[in-house]
Design a binder for this molecule. Structure first.
Ligand SMILES: NC(=O)c1ccc[n+]([C@@H]2O[C@H](COP(=O)([O-])OP(=O)(O)OC[C@H]3O[C@@H](n4cnc5c(N)ncnc54)[C@H](O)[C@@H]3O)[C@@H](O)[C@H]2O)c1
Length: 337
């Protein structure tokens, strides 16, 4: 549960969500609208999809700006979009910055592109925030920045040890958030997401493991475990992540903080493959092992002490129940990879 401070909202508030058409961004947009926000979404549809926003598309409190954050500062575009919007409040209260290239694999293949999006894009979003005099910004960072830490669960003060250009880009983003807080008093919160899963997560060669295994099981293709399968992860359901992200934007004491958002329990990748195959009731898939992926970490679970204390947040969706919802969603929305 998250605390009472943000369970109801009578005054309309306006927020910007970058990466609004993405897996997590679209869940956050829906949550914000359900809490009576006006939302201005930004996306260039690189991995995001229009159908992710189909539920909110007709809503007058939602406006989408199709734009690339890496190319320029979007202050003018935002001002124009706002002036022609039906929003009750045209003052923007907060920015939730999720737009990024979120694949470790893609960052190894194309580090320059990932730098343009995740670092230059973040600077452009910060400049836009400064120029529009917005006071709050929540940045979606990643557990990847810890690399392969010695102690589990990982606390927020563990050292950064980037094992990929993606991790390096998220550390750079965090540092830019700190510098803008110092220089311009923009109050920033950094959220380090661990493994997020759920409906709408893209299925591609760059996908997260739950999307990959589920789609393989639904297609009766082999479920491919990279490496031994003894590596462990903690998974957090997308609706839980959206709730915690919103809380980070609303709770004053989250300002200036770095907060992990992780699942509560660890599970091995082998066990995960078995559970998914069992839950995709009619799957004929066999489970096979392939080459380990470069810079894969052995264990990954974050300490949730700070999230509990600062955000009064605790994940509500258990892995098996989240997996069932996810499997049903992919069954209904199967697309070519
Ligand atoms: N999914 C996870 O497990 C996970 C874990 C850690 C951190 N994160 C972070 O959370 C955020 C959201 O991730 P996601 O899983 O929803 O990924 P996603 O790829 O579904 O969402 C990213 C969105 O950003 C958009 N985007 C990319 N480049 C852009 C650009 N130049 N201009 C405008 N929009 C652009 C994409 O089109 C997409 O809609 C990312 O910052 C990611 O690094 C995700």
């Amino acid at each position: 549960m998250v605390g009472d401070a943000h369970t109801s909202r009578t005054m309309a508030t306006t927020a910007i969500v970058t990466g609004a058409a993405g897996f997590i961004g679209s869940a956050l947009v829906e949550l914000l609208l359900s809490r009576n926000y006006n939302v201005l979404g930004i996306d260039n549809f690189r991995t995001g999809k229009r159908e992710n926003l189909s539920v909110v598309q007709g809503d007058k409190r939602f406006r989408l700006l199709e734009a690339d954050i890496s190319k320029r500062v979007l202050t003018k575009d935002i001002t124009e979009a706002l002036s022609s919007s039906h929003f009750v409040s045209k003052d923007i209260d907060s920015v939730f910055h999720l737009a990024a290239i979120s694949s470790v694999k893609e960052s190894i293949e194309n580090p320059q592109l990932v730098n343009d999006t995740n670092v230059a894009g973040t600077i452009n979003v910060l400049e836009m925030t400064r120029q529009l005099e917005i006071k709050r910004l929540v940045f979606s960072s990643s557990a990847a920045i810890y690399g392969s830490p010695e102690k589990m669960p990982v606390h927020e003060d563990a050292p950064c040890h980037p094992l990929s250009p993606y991790a390096a880009s998220k550390i750079a983003g965090e540092l830019y958030i700190h510098s803008y807080a110092e220089l311009y008093g923009i109050s920033g919160t950094i959220l380090r997401y661990f493994n997020v899963y759920g409906p709408r997560q893209a299925y591609s060669e760059y996908s997260g493991v739950i999307s990959t295994f589920t789609n393989q099981a639904l297609r009766n293709e082999p479920i491919t475990i990279e490496g031994s399968g003894n590596q462990t992860r903690s998974f957090i359901y997308v609706e839980d992540i959206a709730r915690a992200t919103l809380a980070a934007g609303e709770i004053k004491k989250a300002s200036g903080m770095i907060i992990n958002l992780s699942g509560i329990e660890s599970i091995s990748i082998s066990r995960l493959a078995q559970i998914i195959r069992k839950n995709v009731a009619d799957s004929q898939s066999e489970i096979i092992h392939v080459q380990p992926r470069p810079s894969d970490v052995k264990e990954s679970i974050g300490s949730m002490e700070r999230a509990r204390k600062i955000l009064e947040f605790h994940p509500e969706v258990q892995l098996e129940s989240g997996l069932c919802k996810t499997i049903e969603w992919y069954r209904a929305h199967q697309t070519a990879r």
